[in-house]
Each structure stands twice: as structure tokens, then as C-alpha cells.
Design a protein around this ligand. Sequence first.
Ligand code: CU
Length: 169
Amino acid sequence: MPVFFHPKSVLVALAAFVILGASGGDVRGHDFTAGSLIIGHPWARATIGTSRPGGAYLTITNKGGEADRLTGAECPIAERVELHRSSVEGGMMRMVPVGAIEVPAGGKVMFAPSGYHLMLLGLKKPLVAGSKVPLTLVFEKAGRITVEVAVEPLGGKGGTKGHMGHDGH
Ligand SMILES: [Cu+2]
């Protein structure tokens, strides 16, 4: 007698494998997909206390044929979230609030300590390394996308120099 698998049980086994494969893995690789937008590895640097704002970073990839715009963000542990851009002017790191950030069709926008970032103002509790914080991104077309921001240790990426301009908040 040949061994016989019911086709359905094979499908179920395959589906389980795919789900496990997608959810496993480390925090650094976490991505969130909503429509044609992919939010890649949202992370924030841990804060000491709550007196200074937190900075959150991610990449937005637009696989669609239409441009979209990030117009704002919300975080339950911050009073408000602002979109900022850091730049070096005359040897000084400064940052300016930006109203909206365009994500071109087929393009990618990278947030990093020395460029675009999301500033978490009025923290209600510190950002603790190893924890995850929900963050809702608001897009003009795609609407609201909630992702989980992985909090990384202070100085974990690129040191703390990029955040010196935040002392004035
Ligand atoms: Cu900032």
C-alpha cells in the first residue's frame, strides 16, 4: 500500500510553515506591510527618563504606482509626535519640523538619526531598551498604519551625536 496524504492536510502543513517562517526571527528584521507601503524596521533609541524627547526611525518603501505622503504620527506614550529633519549647517546639527514627507511611487524614504526622524515629545514613560512601543503612521492615501517600534539600547546605532540637536526641545 502506498503512503497517502490527504491533499488538504498537506496544504494546512504548508500554511503553518509559512506563518511560522514569517513571524519568527529577530527584531531587526521586522517589517509591516499595508497596501503598497512597507514600513521597515521601526526602531527608537532608549531614553533616560522622560525629560527629553525620543527619536524613532524606520524606512518607508512604496511599491505602488502612486506617490503617498506621511502627514503625521501618533504614539500612546507621547503627547505628540512630530516629523523632523536633521541637517548640518555651519558645522552644527540642527533640526526642523517638516509638515509632510513624500514617498514617491516605487521609491523609498529612509529615516535615520542624521536625517528624517519621528520625534516623540512629552514622553509619559521612558523608552526602555528591549521593549516595543506602538506607533501609528498617518498617510494621505494609505491612511493609518500602526507598527511596533523596537527600542534599542542607547548608543546602539550611530552613537548619540545625531541627537544633540534635540536638547533644546
Ligand atoms: Cu527631532
